[in-house]
Write a protein that binds this ligand. Sequence first.
Ligand SMILES: Cc1ncc(COP(=O)(O)O)c(C=O)c1O
Length: 416
Amino acid sequence: MIAKDLGDREIVDKVFSVAKKAKEAMLEYGDSVIDATIGSLYDEEGKLVVLNTAMEVYRELPPEDITGYASNFTGTPEYKESVKISLFGRDYESFLSEHHCEVIATPGGSGAISTSIRNYLEYGDTILLPKWLWSPYILMAKDRKGSCEFYEMFDNKNEFDIADLKERVERLSKIQENVVLIINDPCQNPTGYRLTIEEWQRVREILVDCSKRANVIVIVDIAYIDFDDREFEEKREFLEIFKNLPERVLTIFTFSLSKSLTCYGLRVGAQIALTTSETVIKEFVSANSYTCRATWSNISRGGMAMFSKLISDTEKTEKLRVEREQYRELIAQRAEIFIREARECGLDILPYVSGFFLTIPTGEYTAKMEELLEKNHIYTVVLDEGIRIALCSVPKRKIEGLAFKIKELLECAKQK
Ligand SMILES: Cc1ncc(COP(=O)(O)O)c(C=O)c1O
C-alpha cells in the first residue's frame, strides 16, 4: 500500500538493535558486559546525565509554557535570539553585520538536517557525505531519491583528505545546479575529529571556487558543539570561515539541544542560515517555514522557553557552562585512557580530538570483529569499516583495558 515512488522503507537501525543485545547480555552476565553503543551521556555510576541547571529552569516554567502551542511555528523570537547568542556570542549583531542570519526552530538536529536536505537537494541529485558518518544522513537523502557520495575524511597519513573533498565537490559542481554537502564538526560522530582552522580555510576555498559553477549549500552539523574544548575566541575563528562568502554559498548550521542540554527527548533544535544574499535568506525562510507547517507545525514551547531563559540570564548560562564542563572533562578522561592504552598496544584509531565517540578502523575484519566482540560481551556500534566506541556512556573503570582487549580480538580476527 505504501506509495510506490518511496521505494524500500525498511529501516535497519544497527545502533538500536545492538543496544538491545547489550541490554539483554547485561541481564544475563551483569557488570562484565561492556555496552559502548549508547550515544547519550552517562555518568560513572551508569546513570543518564541530566543537567540540573536546565531542569531547574524547566520545572519553574508556568504550565502553559509547557503545554501551549508556540507563538510561531518557526520558533519563538526569544528562542531564535538565544540560538544566535549561543552560537555566535552576545555581540552576534555586530559579529554578523552585513550578513543575513535567520533561525528556524526544528525538532532536534535531525529536524534541522532533514529539512535542509529536503529544501536544497534537487530530487534525484547526489549529496556529499563523510565516509565516517552518522547514518541517518543517508535515510534523509534517500527521501529525495538522492544518491550519496562519500568523501574520504582521512588520507593515508591520517590527515583530513582535502584533495578528495575538492575533487568530489568540483565534479558535482560541473553536473548539478546545487551541491549539498554535510560536514559534521566539531566532535564528529563517529570519529571525534575536528577540522583545524587551516583545513576549514581550504574547505572555504573549495566552496568559493565551486560557487562559480553551482550553488553550494554547506550543512555544518554542530550537534556536539557544546562539547568542543575550544575557548570562545577560537570558536569565533571557526565561525569566521563562513563570513563574507559569495552569494551562491549558503551555510546552514544545524543545532541541537539534545547534546547541549542533554535533553534528547524534548526534541528541540534549529537551522541557522548564514548568507551574504538577501534573496537567499528570504527564500530560506519561506521554504523552511513551509516545511515546518507542512510537517510538524511547531516544536516544544517548553523546550524553547527553557533554552531562552537559560541564555538570557548570564548567571544561569555560566552555571550551565560549569556544570557541562565537568562532563566534557569526564569524556576527555575516558578518551585519554583509551587512547593511551591503544598507543601502548598498537591499536589504530581514527584521529580523535574531542566528543562523544571514537572509532577503530577494522576494514575487512569488521564482520569478524563484530562476532568476536559479542562473544566477549563487548557491544559497539559496527560501522561499514570500523567500530564506534561511545566514550559518552562507558565508565572509566570499563574503558580501562578495553583497547588491549580490542587489539587482541582484532589480531584474532586477522588470523581466522
Ligand atoms: C552527528 C549527529 N547529528 C545530529 C544528531 C541529531 O540529534 P537530535 O535529533 O537528537 O538533535 C545526532 C544524534 O545523535 C548526531 O549524532
